[in-house]
Design a protein around this ligand. Sequence first.
Ligand code: BG6
Ligand code: MG
Length: 223
Amino acid sequence: MALDIRALIFDLDGVITDTAELHYQSWKRLSEEEGIPFTRHDNEQLRGVDRRESLRRILKGQPIEESIAQEWMTRKNNYYTTLLQDLTPDNRLPGVVNFLEEARAAGLKIGLGSASRNANPVLDKLSLRSMFDVVGDGYSVARTKPAPDLFVWVAGALGVPPMQSVVFEDAEAGIAAGLEGGFWTVGLGDPANVGRAHVLIRDLSQAAVRAILESVEQMSVKG
Ligand code: BG6
Ligand code: MG
């Protein structure tokens, strides 16, 4: 039976643009102010997970009063949104626009599934908002990645079942979410993070839409 992929759903940070460094600088500033050790290595553990889970991982299980946690997250987000002001279309990752245009020309629906509550402003700064049929962000569902809910929400809004959609992700939590939701998954970057994905690529400049669809098709035939 033909697979008939009808939608592609993209993560934002690490797939469309690289805001991990800006998240790092913002958390770093907060952690220095509060005397919490925080390294670039620690920052890698925050890929794909939401703001509350990021703080939990930074604190490494140390308990904190909820009102203080809220104040810290607000402060970090203020630092982050200030850094976002300098984002421009030059901050799109290599190959992004070509890939999205290829997908559109192939008649595929295009969605965004990002755990970030800043996804819409980031897309606006990149001048990419109009390329997406649906944008799911950190406000769309209660449980973000690694729960499948966000991708399922985006697929539902696109009107395409998960098994006919491909998720593009750079984070372990995102691949876990895609697999759990019954999506086909493409992992970008380090196989240490995305090794469980159906297809692995370096970035979108190294991939063609048609080749990805063919890979998925072959895997479905093999079962
Ligand atoms: C994800 C990032 O896209 O958004 C995470 O990969 C980040 O690192 C998460 O923690 C939440 O972002 P925000 O903008 O809502 O604080
Ligand atoms: Mg990501």
